[in-house]
Design a protein around this ligand. Sequence first.
Ligand code: PLP
Length: 437
Amino acid sequence: TPALSRPDYRLPKSSEAFARAAKVIPGGVNSPARAFGAVGGEPPFMARAEGAYLHDIDGHKYIDYIGSWGPMIVGHAHPRVRAAVSDALVLGSSFGAPTVREAEIAEVVAAAVPSIAMARFVSSGTEATMSAIRVARGVTGRDKIVKMAGCYHGHADCLLIQAGSAATTLGTPNSPGVTAGAAADTLLCPFNDAEAVRRILEANPGRVAAVLLEPIAGNMGLVPPRPGYLETLRELTAKHETLLIFDEVMTGFRVAYGGAQERYGVTPDVTALGKIIGGGLPAAAYGASSEIMHRVSPTGPIYQAGTLSGNPLAMAAGLATLELLREPGLYDRLEALSARLAEGLEKAARDAGVPHVVQRVGSMLTLFFHDGPVHDYEDAKRSDTALFARFFWEMLARGVYLPCSQFEAAFVSAAHTEADVDHTVAAARESLAAVVG
Ligand code: PLP
């Protein structure tokens, strides 16, 4: 751990585990952000999680604001999700043959998400966006896609172009292994700049299959769409017969039950979902109108498949989670808790005299160490990441687990309490005093 105002915070067992893992797994982790590259030091290794809390193998307890990077909206190890998975497990963990649950969850998703009449389940958000693009290309017969700088859509070749998330943090927006050919069909625009999209569509008539974006960017820190931005993209794509794809892997069932498209009232042609839809197990999906989805195999020619797609355990966890989300008042409570946290952090940063802006939509938020506002990736990159790194570690030492990068959103769950939030804000005051002083 870096030098901290809390020298008693130590991670000896985690450090040993990290050294062991690093011998057999690149960087000791199975997903880059987990290695703490953006904040330095070595990560705590986790033993278990319950409700709003994570417990590491060194005996520390943390209030968790990553929620597995989004999925754990009802909290960790929720009794009803656990029971659903246990009940499914005794019946067998994978069949490679259809089950009734798959139709059941697809019905739930179609009822929830305005753009979806039919959905196909896959196992990761990466697969969901990759498949959504294949569908858009297959349906339109066009090759090019428009992507926004700083939006992350998983690690498919054509989407690893100026991606956010750990790709930002590691400074490798264009990864080796992505071919020039894959990159050539991806046209980049800044987020929140509808005029840039208009210019690209006009310069490439009849060649753009889809405009793809996170309707609320969560992978350059939290950046809401400017008023009218999504509406203008909807008009432009309709005019150019280009499909509008919302990547709601992070925002789906998060910012509203029906996602950002429900919250902002803008309906895309195709939607990618993930994270919450699997309730903490590997599941994701893409969906659209029946007309579009009938073009997917086996009813149509656009191929897409998966050995573990629609996995019974993941479907059980997802269904149980979505059912919990339908409880009256849940999103209002998330909103109130998250507003309390955002206001507390804002006041703490103001009192500490550090450059800051807190941006939030529903239960997703980021404290940027930058005067703000942050409208796009260029703005986000002007944040003081060194200050963030020190703040992050001071918070960790005080039992608050924030996303380990300035370019990630924090998530509040329904298991968090006002006391958790108030403890977090108190820890932020102390941490800011430690890093400023
Ligand atoms: N799309 C968005 C908006 C995401 O935030 C992520 C993951 O963070 C992905 C896609 C990729 O999902 P996965 O990590 O499940 O492949």
